[in-house]
Design a protein around this ligand. Structure first.
Ligand code: AMP
Length: 248
């Protein structure tokens, strides 16, 4: 079985984003970019399934500018076998990414597609669900455990108030939650080895996908600055203060 893992290059979770002065978006110049953390978890899970002998090949795919190759190399250094870079200099919305993934899945026929539950740059949380819809495949989202069992997969999902386990017939789509695993660090020898693993370059057009945006960003603004807090002497003073403010 092949596993396809889509990985996105996003602003690093430790970086403090700045806005463009005209409020049209986040200024990405000179900002550290990394493999989306949920996608790192997806790569780790796929590599573990390969190490267990459940999967035969792990293919990673990224849609993005030339620099997206960096996150593909990271995923290859973690243990993926080969990479596909779908070159696009413009930001590609989740629906178009899902269409690209559907086209590649048509060629590669993966038994599992493991995505992150969301990309931490625009927090869409849409691509996996849209892909399952477009492909007519079962989906197990927000996975905290993935167990392949013959021709199905058991996915334990983190839901409000507990855990839910669903059984999906393969081929299926899974999206990862934070507690699924702890991704490994790529070792230096594996980083070196990754440089010679196969990496194919494609374009949305040769996969038959139109990536023209459907959404326009109206405005991006900083969150309001928080005012200073005050200290109260005891619980009674706190209750009185809340009453004064009309919140209790
Ligand atoms: P989103 O729906 O944008 O929050 O993204 C959910 C997941 O879809 C991510 O964690 C990735 O696995 C995948 N994904 C989104 N955008 C891309 C992209 N440009 N290239 C590859 N995978 C992507």
């Amino acid at each position: 079985m092949k596993i396809l893992v889509p990985v996105k290059r996003v602003i690093d979770y430790n970086a403090k984003p700045r806005l463009k002065p005209d409020g049209s978006g986040v200024d990405l110049s000179n900002v550290k970019m990394s493999l989306n953390p949920f996608d790192e978890i997806a790569v780790e899970e796929a590599v573990r399934l390969k190490e267990k002998g459940v999967a035969a090949e792990v293919i990673v795919l990224s849609v993005g500018p030339a620099k997206a190759v960096e996150v593909l190399r990271t995923a290859l250094a973690m243990g993926a076998d080969r990479a596909i870079h779908v070159q696009s200099d413009e930001a590609v919305e989740p629906l178009a990414v899902a269409k690209i993934l559907k086209a590649v899945a048509g060629e590669e026929q993966p038994g599992l597609i493991i995505l992150g539950k969301q990309a931490i740059d625009d927090d869409c949380n849409q691509t996996g669900q849209m892909l399952a819809g477009l492909m007519g495949r079962p989906q197990g989202t927000f996975a905290s455990q993935v167990v392949v069992d013959g021709d199905s997969v058991l996915v334990t999902r983190e839901i409000d108030g507990g855990l839910e386990t669903v059984k999906l017939a393969l081929p299926a789509i899974v999206t990862t939650d934070l507690r699924l695993n702890e991704p490994r660090y790529a070792s230096l020898p594996n980083i070196m080895k990754a440089k010679s693993k196969p990496l194919a370059t494609r374009t949305p057009a040769d996969l038959g996908v139109d990536v023209t945006p459907r959404l326009a960003t109206v405005k991006v603004a900083e969150p309001p600055v928080r005012g200073a807090g005050i200290k109260v002497a005891d619980a009674d003073a706190l209750a009185a203060k809340l009453k004064d403010m009309g919140v209790a």
